[in-house]
Design a protein around this ligand. Structure first.
Ligand SMILES: [Zn+2]
Length: 258
């Protein structure tokens, strides 16, 4: 993932409530401000709300996702609320977030497709609305494994780890290995290699190497179940709403999820 100065400029234009904050760390950008949104998940009520958030990310190409913090501490920092121990919000499994953003991610998409849905779910819980707005995953590695089982159509943590390891290898090398779908063939001989191809476009090999390591560590430690993360199984935002909101010249921006 690589966000540049022009991504930052575009975000500050789209979200006038945000400002760039000075930071002592070089090659790190910090954007903070009020994020107002009006959103609804499919078939769910519309919620309008506002949070003060901060987004931190590297200006160098990196396999890490931007970190997002909720600065008013309105969302209690407990795992049930999908807040990591370091205080940053858990927006979903890294690969799911990358899938939602596509191969050319923008900061605006990141805020609209990952941060706004998270805040929508937080407001949902805060208001005590019944049920959950989206499917939820277990937090941490267990949720990661379940999400990756779904994304790769494999069953079990060790198959997930093998699939991630294959994605961490060059295609030519991976194709000679046994397929993780249990078909008994080499990967190249199974349609699995076709299903895996888009993931190679989505993230670089080191990303998958790291994800595989996380899953293998979890298998080794057989971590106790931990609380949960919202899946980012969301619909794209309605861009027309955004441009309409912008032409009113009234910050902050109104985003809308359909
Ligand atoms: Zn197979």
């Amino acid at each position: 993932m690589h966000f540049t100065e022009s991504d930052i400029a575009a975000l500050l234009t789209a979200f006038p409530g945000f400002r760039r904050r000075p930071t002592s760390q070089c090659k790190v950008a910090v954007l903070a401000g009020r994020l107002r949104f009006e959103a609804s998940a499919p078939g769910k009520p519309t919620i309008a709300d506002e949070y003060r958030i901060r987004v931190e990310f590297s200006l160098d190409p990196t396999i890490a996702l931007p970190k997002v913090f909720e600065d008013d501490k309105r969302i209690p920092a407990v795992a049930e609320n999908h807040v990591n121990p370091s205080g940053d919000l858990c927006l979903g499994s890294p690969l799911k977030v990358m899938q939602v953003l596509g191969p050319k991610p923008t900061l605006i998409d990141f805020v609209e497709k990952c941060v706004v849905p998270f805040l929508y779910a937080a407001s949902w819980r805060e208001r005590g609305l019944p049920g959950l707005p989206f499917d939820e995953l277990a937090h941490g590695a267990q949720g990661l494994v379940h999400d990756y089982e779904r994304l790769f159509s494999v069953v079990g943590a060790s198959k997930v780890a093998t699939t991630l390891q294959l994605l961490g290898k060059r295609k030519r090398v991976a194709n000679k290995r046994p397929c993780p779908c249990s078909c008994g063939r080499r990967l190249a001989r199974c349609t699995m290699h076709v299903r895996l191809a888009p993931f190679r476009e989505l993230a670089p090999r080191p990303f998958y190497v790291e994800q595989a390591k996380n899953v293998l560590d979890w298998i080794r430690n057989t971590a106790p179940p931990r609380p949960s993360v919202p899946t980012v199984d969301l619909q794209p935002l309605d861009k027309r709403e955004r441009s309409r909101a912008n032409t009113k010249g009234s910050p902050p921006l109104i985003s809308r999820l359909k």
